[in-house]
Design a protein around this ligand. Structure first.
Ligand code: FHN
Length: 433
């Protein structure tokens, strides 16, 4: 016989489960905002920038903790100008910035009471660049996310060690819970001293895939301190409870050319992070810069898959951003000033990304992005709605098209040499945009 007590207990347990899965309205709204934003600027900046060999230099050059500690005492980026960075971000057309608050080297790029190993207390610079950036972002209407490395090559309590940071000369002992408490303390600072954040971008869990990272506790802390902050984990796995965005590093959603991404796409918004050359942190000899055409193509293909692009720069140790990055960002911004309508606020279109390009959609308007197609005729499969009108986004000239049950065939105009993406606007059924 089922007793009342048993029924109540059952109700309580299902309510509990429902609550655990419940995402409050402010976070749902933040996810929508994130999906509409489509384009962010990633910034990898830290003590490693001094050596111009990328953010893994401590590991790659087998530097000990004390060697790196000395290096950190010389970090003095006197040309850092938050306003110049945010001006550049706005000129590029990004809607948010994600910056390294602490990378795997364990050095905090913000004022923290949890360790003296931070930019204000350890370096001659003595300023908190994240505070200056947060204030400037707020002034210019750009959202700010903090990248936070869970992996630490410096902290003594990052123990047992993972797969990296094994040659730093740390004693072979430590207390994992002390390390987790340290992280929660720093996250509390980040979420209480810098105003409303877009969210926290986690990285490094992959170093100790089997460890107990106490994620439910840390995620609950973040949600309690800032209910609208998104949790963006770069653990290269399908999303876990409490997370808001699924990331793909150097890959489009669902692709795994990098070799460490999952091909499983969950139900959350997605984000592709991408370097402009081959490095995240400043690398003085990496001149393998991607062309604007290739960067626009990745932005379009990410949007065609319903996702965002987080495009990286690694500022120089003096705080300036090298001209190769600046030029590319300006040119993407110029492109977006004409074509942004087909990117911002859109969702994946009816035709999944193809070799020739991608489609995006806003309401009943479909944008066909022809990135690379040699012919004047482009045949699409059925787009799920009746096409009333086809036109070029740039200039608005109408385009000839035909529609059958097999799909829509477009007659494309001759392509300009310098056109990264020929964008066709299809107004369908009710024509709302
Ligand atoms: O090891 C890091 C790397 O330095 C960089 O921060 C990238 C950015 O997505 N993530 C890690 C590798 O997964």
């Amino acid at each position: 016989m089922i007793t009342l007590g048993a029924v109540i207990a059952l109700c309580q347990s299902t309510t509990g489960a429902a609550q655990a899965n419940d995402v409050p309205p402010e976070r749902l709204a933040a996810r929508q905002w994130f999906q509409d934003a489509k384009f962010g600027l990633f910034i990898h900046w830290g003590v490693y920038s001094l050596l111009g060999q990328g953010e893994w230099v401590m590991q790659n050059r087998k530097m000990t903790g004390s060697e790196y500690e000395w290096l950190a005492t010389t970090f003095n980026p006197t040309k850092f100008d938050a306003r110049a960075w945010v001006d550049l971000a706005r000129a590029a057309g990004v809607k948010y910035i994600t910056i390294t608050s602490r990378h795997h080297d364990g050095f905090s790029m913000f004022k923290t009471a949890a360790t003296p190993y931070n930019i204000v207390d350890w370096t001659p610079f003595r300023r908190d660049p994240l505070k200056e950036l947060a204030d400037e972002c707020r002034r210019q209407g750009i959202k700010l996310f903090f990248y936070y490395s869970q992996l630490d090559w410096h902290h003594p309590d990052y123990w047992p060690r993972g797969n990296t940071g094994l040659e730093t000369g740390r004693p072979a002992r430590g207390d994992w819970n002390t390390y987790l408490n340290f992280m929660d303390r720093q996250l509390t600072e980040l979420l209480t001293h810098y105003g409303p954040l877009g969210g926290i971008w986690f990285d490094g869990m992959w170093d100790k895939p089997d460890a107990d990272w106490r994620l439910p506790q840390t995620y609950a802390l973040i949600h309690r301190l800032q209910p609208a902050a998104l949790i963006v984990p770069n653990h290269h796995k399908a999303p876990l409870p409490g997370e808001d965005v699924q990331t793909f590093e150097q890959d489009l959603p669902g692709a795994n050319t990098a070799g460490f991404n999952t091909t499983e796409i969950g139900a959350l918004p997605t984000e592709t992070s991408l370097t402009m050359n081959g490095a995240w942190g400043f690398n003085i000899t990496d001149r393998n810069y991607k062309s604007v055409s290739s960067l626009v193509s990745t932005l379009v293909r990410a949007a065609g898959a319903g996702g965002n692009l987080l495009l990286n720069v690694g500022p120089r140790p003096d705080g300036t951003i090298q001209p190769e990055f600046v030029e590319r960002l300006h040119e993407i911004g110029r492109w977006l000033s004409t074509y942004g309508r087909s990117i911002y606020g859109t969702r994946a279109g009816p035709v999944p990304p193809r070799a020739w390009g991608a489609t995006t959609r806003r309401g009943d308007t479909i944008f066909v992005h022809v990135l690379s197609w040699p012919d004047r005729i482009l045949a699409l499969p059925p787009v799920g709605a009746h096409v009333r009108r086809a036109s070029l986004l740039a200039g608005g000239a109408p385009l000839a098209f035909s529609e059958t049950t097999a799909g829509v065939t477009l007659t494309l105009p001759a392509r300009r040499q310098d056109e990264y993406d020929q964008v066709i606007v299809l107004e369908t059924t009710s024509g709302r945009d």
